[in-house]
Design a protein around this ligand. Structure first.
Ligand code: UTP
Length: 279
C-alpha cells in the first residue's frame, strides 16, 4: 500500500565541508555505495517502488546515479567489474525516480511539503533521510518494520531511539504512552529541546511514515526552531489529535551526517564485508 518514498536531500551538508562543497552529502560512499543508495534499497525492501527525491542546487550527481551510464557500462561490459553495477541496475529497472527542487533551505517540513507534487495527496508515503543509515542484521529493515506497524495503526509512524540525556538537544524528542512493546502513542513532540526541558530521551531519527493530511498541517505550521519549518512541529499537531505513534526500531542507526557516525558506519560495513569474504 505504501509505494512512494520521499528523500529530502536538499540540505547543504555543512558538517562535511569541504567534501560537500560540490558533491551532495547523500552521495558520500560507505565503502563503494553512496548513502542514498542504502536508503533506496531499504525503501525497496519495505515495498516502495517510487523514489521521490527533493534535490537542490549542486545535487545533480544524485539524478545521474539513478540513471543508466551507457558509456561506462559499455566500457566494462564482459569484465569482472560488470557485477559492481548489478545492484544499481536492478534498482533502476525496478523503480521510478521522480525529482523536484527545494529552491530555498527552509527546513525539513518545507522540503517534505515540496514533495507533495511527487507523492500526491491520496496515499500514505515513507520518508527517508539518507544521512541516517539504518541496518538490522537480524531481520526486517527499519522501514519495513514501520510499514508493518502502519498497517496495524493507520496513522503517522516515526522511528525513535533512546539517546543520552546530554544529546537530546540535537533531535526531535517525543512524549508518549507505551501502548505495546517498543510502541508509543505520542502526545507531544519538541524539536531540539534544552536538555533540562526535554520531555523524554526518546529521539526521532530519519524514518517516517506520513499520512497525506500532513500536507495541510505543514501549510498551517509556522517556522520554528532556527527559523525553519520543522516537520516535528507539524507532527506535534497531529500527535495532539492522537494520530502519531513512535516506534523504537530494531537495528542500528548511524548518523552519517556527522564525521563520527560516518566513520562508525564505514567500519561496520567494512567488517561485515571482510566476514562475508572469509566465508
Ligand atoms: P540536516 O540538518 O541533517 O542536513 O537535515 P544538512 O542541513 O544537509 O546538514 P548540515 O547540518 O548542514 O551538515 C536533515 C535532512 O533533511 C534534509 C537534508 O538534506 C537532510 O537529509 N533537508 C533539510 C532538506 O532537504 N531541506 C532543508 O531545508 C533542510
Amino acid at each position: 500500500m505504501i509505494k512512494a518514498c520521499l528523500f529530502p536531500a536538499a540540505g547543504y551538508g555543512t558538517r562535511f565541508l569541504p567534501a560537500t562543497k560540490a558533491m551532495p552529502k547523500e552521495m558520500l560512499p560507505i565503502l563503494t555505495k553512496p548513502l542514498i543508495q542504502y536508503g533506496v534499497e531499504e525503501a525497496m525492501e519495505a515495498g516502495c517502488n517510487i523514489m521521490s527525491i527533493i534535490t537542490g542546487r549542486g545535487k545533480r550527481a544524485i539524478t545521474d546515479h539513478f540513471d543508466i551510464s551507457y558509456e561506462l557500462e559499455h566500457q566494462i561490459q564482459g569484465s569482472d567489474k560488470e557485477k559492481m553495477l548489478a545492484d544499481i541496475r536492478h534498482i533502476i529497472d525496478k523503480c521510478t525516480f521522480t525529482y523536484t527542487r527545494q529552491n530555498e533551505m527552509k527546513g525539513l517540513g518545507d522540503a517534505i511539503y515540496k514533495g507533495r507534487v511527487l507523492v500526491g495527496e491520496a496515499n500514505p508515503f515513507a520518508v527517508v533521510l539518507a544521512d541516517d543509515l539504518c541496518v538490522n542484521s537480524k531481520g526486517d529493515g527499519i522501514l519495513k518494520q514501520m510499514v508493518k506497524l502502519y498497517e496495524k495503526y493507520k496513522c503517522c509512524v516515526v522511528a525513535c531511539m533512546e539517546v543520552p540525556t546530554a544529546e537530546v538537544n540535537k533531535y526531535g524528542v517525543i512524549e508518549g504512552n507505551k501502548i505495546e512493546d517498543g510502541v508509543y502513542m505520542v502526545s507531544n513532540m519538541v524539536e531540539k529541546p534544552d536538555i533540562d526541558k526535554a520531555p523524554s530521551n526518546l529521539a526521532v531519527i530519519g524514518r517516517y511514515i506520513l499520512t497525506p493530511d500532513i500536507f495541510s498541517v505543514i501549510k498551517e505550521t509556522k517556522p520554528g526552531k532556527n527559523g525553519e519549518l520543522q516537520i516535528t512541529d507539524a507532527l506535534c499537531t497531529q500527535a495532539q489529535k492522537g494520530m502519531v505513534i513512535a516506534y523504537k526500531f530494531k537495528g542500528t542507526r548511524f548518523d552519517c551526517g556527522s564525521v563520527d557516525g560516518f566513520v562508525e558506519a564505514t567500519n561496520y560495513f567494512y567488517d561485515l564485508e571482510k566476514k562475508k569474504n572469509k566465508k
